[in-house]
Design a protein around this ligand. Structure first.
Ligand code: CA
Length: 135
């Protein structure tokens, strides 16, 4: 199990890896608004846990284990944001998803994924819900 902070690092590394370009420490620091030494420490921990291959001044490479968890973390964030939009929450969706994602159990994340898929397949149900929510 990764700490919430390390989950965010891996999530961002996976997101950056999707662009196909090499991932730089400065890019990660910019995305997460953290200092370069913090990024380096996190990269060392992720390297020790074999989520990435990391050597100073070399490209950061995700292992298969890192890709798998990274993909899950990016999807989890996306689906929670989608969920918050679907239920019509007037919150700051990105910030709320960041806060929620680390504290939900896997069964709850799975249930939310089902809920989001269900509403996508049943748009009329969602229309009824939105009318109801407006009161
Ligand atoms: Ca996150």
């Amino acid at each position: 199990m990764l700490s919430p902070s390390l989950e965010d690092y891996l999530e961002e590394i996976y997101r950056l890896s999707q662009s196909g370009q090499s991932i730089r420490v400065t890019d990660i620091a910019a995305c997460l608004t953290v200092s370069l030494p913090s990024v380096t420490r996190a990269l060392q921990k992720l390297n020790e846990s074999q989520y990435i291959h990391y050597r100073p001044y070399k490209d950061i490479v995700l292992t298969n284990k890192g890709k798998e968890l990274g993909h899950f973390l990016v999807e989890r964030n996306r689906i929670i944001r989608e969920f918050l939009r679907l239920i019509g929450s007037q919150c700051d969706v990105a910030a709320e998803a960041e806060a929620m994602e680390h504290y939900l159990s896997l069964p709850t994340v799975t249930a939310i994924i089902n809920f989001v898929k269900f509403t996508e397949q049943h748009p009329s149900w969602l229309d009824d819900f939105r009318k109801y929510s407006k009161g």
